[in-house]
Design a protein around this ligand. Structure first.
Ligand code: HEC
Length: 189
C-alpha cells in the first residue's frame, strides 16, 4: 500500500511538472531552433523573390510568391520537422489567417512595438500541447515595393499586379520597421 501511494505521488509530481510546461532551458533551446528555422526560411524565400525581382520586377516576383510561398515554407517545415506559418493581422493571402493563439501574439508584439519596447521571440506550449515559437516579422525597406504606401514607397502599378492575384489584399500601407506579421512555428513532429 505504501509503495502504491509512493508511486501515485511520484506520478502526480511528474504530471504536475509536465503541466507547468516548458522549463527555462527548454524555452531557450526552442528559441534558438525557432530563430534558425525562421532565418533559413526567410533566406530561401527572400533569395528567390530577389532573383525574380531582378528578372522582371513585381510582375515576375508577385506571381512567383503566389505560386511558391507555400511550397517553400513546406519544404523547410519538412526539413526541420515542424509546422511553419507566417501570419498577419493585415493579410494578403487569406490562407495565412491567424488562429486565436496567433491573434493574441500579434496583439502582444504590436503593443510592445507601439510602446517602443524590445521585441523578442516567445516560446509557449500551444493548445495542442506542442512547444510553439512566435517571432515578429518587421518591414524592411526592400519589402515596401510590394507592401508599402501607395504612390510613395509602392507604385500603383505594383499594387494592380498584386490585386489581380489577391483581390482582397490588405497587406499594403506599411513603413520600414512596422510589424508586418509573425512567424508561428510548432515543434509538432
Ligand atoms: C515581389 C513582391 C513582394 C515583396 C518584395 C515582399 N512580399 Fe511579402 N508577400 C507578397 C505576396 C505575393 C504574398 C502572398 C504570398 C502567399 O500567397 O502566401 C506575401 C505575403 C507575405 C506575408 C504572409 C502574410 C500574408 O499577408 O499573407 C508576410 C509575413 C510577408 N509577405 C512579409 C514580407 C516581408 C517581411 C518582406 C520583405 C523582406 C516581403 N514580404 C517582401 C509579395 C511580396
Amino acid at each position: 500500500m505504501k509503495n502504491i501511494l509512493g508511486l501515485v505521488s511520484i506520478s502526480l509530481i511528474l504530471f504536475s511538472a509536465c503541466q507547468q510546461g516548458l522549463s527555462q532551458k527548454d524555452k531557450k533551446e526552442y528559441v534558438t531552433k525557432g530563430k534558425e528555422i525562421a532565418q533559413a526560411t526567410f533566406k530561401l524565400m527572400g533569395g528567390e523573390v530577389e532573383k525574380k525581382m531582378k528578372d522582371g520586377g513585381v510582375s515576375k516576383a508577385a506571381p512567383y510568391c503566389n505560386a511558391h510561398a507555400e511550397n517553400l515554407t513546406d519544404e523547410m517545415a519538412e526539413k526541420f520537422k515542424v509546422t511553419i506559418k507566417r501570419t498577419s493581422n493585415k493579410l494578403r493571402n487569406e490562407e495565412n489567417a491567424p488562429n486565436s493563439e496567433e491573434k493574441v501574439m500579434l496583439e502582444k508584439f504590436k503593443t510592445l512595438i507601439a510602446e517602443g519596447k524590445e521585441v523578442k521571440p516567445i516560446v509557449e506550449t500551444d493548445q495542442e500541447g506542442y512547444p510553439h515559437f512566435y517571432a515578429p516579422i518587421k518591414m524592411k525597406k526592400k519589402c515596401l515595393t510590394c507592401h508599402g504606401v501607395l504612390g510613395e514607397s509602392m507604385k500603383h502599378e505594383a499594387d494592380s499586379i498584386i490585386k489581380t492575384l489577391y483581390p482582397n489584399d490588405n497587406a499594403v500601407g506599411y513603413k520600414e520597421g512596422d510589424l508586418r506579421g509573425i512567424w508561428s512555428i510548432a515543434f509538432n513532429q
